[in-house]
Ligand binder design. Structure first.
Ligand SMILES: [Zn+2]
Length: 271
């Protein structure tokens, strides 16, 4: 590497399932991937546009590639001394070129995402953050970054209180989903939870949320049934008698909503 030159060397992701091919990442800007389109033509595509088409194992590799590339592109200078950093150990880390030459590691930001059940167990709390305004009338689970020194359960209670004014009691963690195309080019880990409200009164934070509503389970069931693999967007089809849609199956929010609506009333107290 020449003096003053940013090092964005190819990164090694690992070996393919056949134990023959090694997979490397070449860097492109944004969340884009280079793919074959027709014949031998190559083009850049947004990773989100591939989420409905790629098999899960390929999507996992593509997500890792985009997240690692984004991390390298966003960490070309040392956050402590301002010197250039360089890629080391086949791109698994970066190291400051100053003294001391400390190492930086790819990071993941934890996000809590929660399906909140009403006091009577008949409704779910769904909303649309302002970041999704252009996506049409989608209603999804509330979510937010977990703060430093905070547990997942505490983050769920704080976020629901801040965004909807609703108090939450019990919280259960159900699963997680890596989200390599997070806000600001970061890699997020979505931690899926279900939570029980202890009051139903809404005080919505309009600076952050377009809308937050309690939706009865009958309507939630219809929305899940009419949801498809479409990308979030204005072309999403609304179900009969519905003025909203829920996220498609590639999002963990879809599975939290679907899981909840398929359970009998009172299931929450048995968790
Ligand atoms: Zn440094």
């Amino acid at each position: 590497m020449c003096e003053g030159e940013v090092d964005l060397a190819p990164c090694l992701l690992g070996q393919g399932q056949d134990n023959k091919k090694w997979v490397w990442v070449l860097h492109a800007s944004g969340n884009q991937l280079l793919e074959f389109t027709s014949g031998r033509d190559l083009d850049f595509v947004d990773l989100r546009s591939l989420m409905t088409d790629l098999p899960a194992e390929h999507l996992a590799v593509a997500g890792h590639a985009v997240a690692l590339s984004q991390w390298h592109q966003n960490h070309t200078y040392c956050g402590k001394c301002g010197a250039l950093t360089e890629s080391i150990e086949s791109g698994s880390k970066r190291q400051c070129t100053g003294d001391p030459a400390h190492k930086e590691y790819p990071r993941t930001d934890p996000v809590a995402i929660m399906l909140v059940e009403s006091v009577d167990g008949q409704s779910a709390l769904l909303g649309r953050p302002r970041s999704l305004t252009r996506r049409g009338p989608v209603l999804t689970c509330l979510s937010g970054f977990i703060e430093q020194g905070e547990s997942i359960e505490e983050a769920v209670r704080r976020e629901v209180r801040e965004e909807a004014g609703v108090q939450v009691g019990a919280v259960h963690i159900l699963g997680s989903q890596p989200w390599p195309v997070g806000r600001g080019g970061s890699c997020e880990l979505m931690i899926g939870c279900v939570a029980k409200a202890t009051n139903d009164e809404l005080h919505v934070d309009r600076s952050e949320m377009d809308e937050v509503r309690w939706i009865h389970r009958d309507q939630v069931a219809k929305a899940v049934q009419s949801s498809s693999s479409h990308l979030l967007g204005g072309d999403a089809k609304l179900g009969k008698d519905l003025d909203f849609f829920v996220p498609p199956p590639w999002a963990i929010a879809h599975h939290l909503i679907k899981l909840w609506v398929e359970q009998p009333s009172g299931w929450f107290s048995k968790l």
